[in-house]
Design a protein around this ligand. Sequence first.
Ligand code: MN
Length: 230
Amino acid sequence: MIKIGITTSQMIMVDPSLCGNKKTSVNTSYVRSIQETGALPILIPCICSRAEMEQYVAMCDGFLLTGGMDIAPILYGAMPQHCGTFDYEVDVCLLEFVKLALESHKPILGICRGMQMVNIALGGTLIQDIPSQSSINHAFDYDGNIVHRIQLETNGEFQKLFAQDSLLVNSLHHQAIDTLGKGLKVEALAPDGIIEGISGDHLLGVQWHPELMGKIDPLMKRLFAWLCND
Ligand code: MN
């Protein structure tokens, strides 16, 4: 069975009776999207040692980098400016893991924060707060609902994968790629110029959430099929 490593997030419980307990978590929709391809999901702890990371990278055949909170701006050399909540310890750990995963040349699908972290790992930067730069609301929290159109790059990887010139997508992000990391190519743009998709060496990244769109647009399943069969 193909093994796909799925990154996780950390939730900190705010209810006083839960004493600030920290939970390692992942949205079930990501896990289901991998299961539906016939691959075996392997959940990777959001905090782990270098030795553990190396084991996961060796064990897995590909990696799904999931969405989540904003990313600590210091990781790309910026000071926080309208940045949302971030978890520095988790961000540092994920950045190290993503660098290891990239070095393995195994296929990677980065979704939202996952794509943004790949960009940072390759020397790129982020827009910290889209609302201060765009008239499109990219931060709708309607699960899976269509929010805007994206234009796919002519003859690009996405155009080949989806056999479409454009797609309608959901949008649940506060940040986006600013300057592009080394070796990355833009694959999709929103009408306001926000980067919505990238490709690289054995790598695809999307700013929208295909894991929530399987029922609305079955084409989205092609991203997960690519990851599990590349
Ligand atoms: Mn968007």
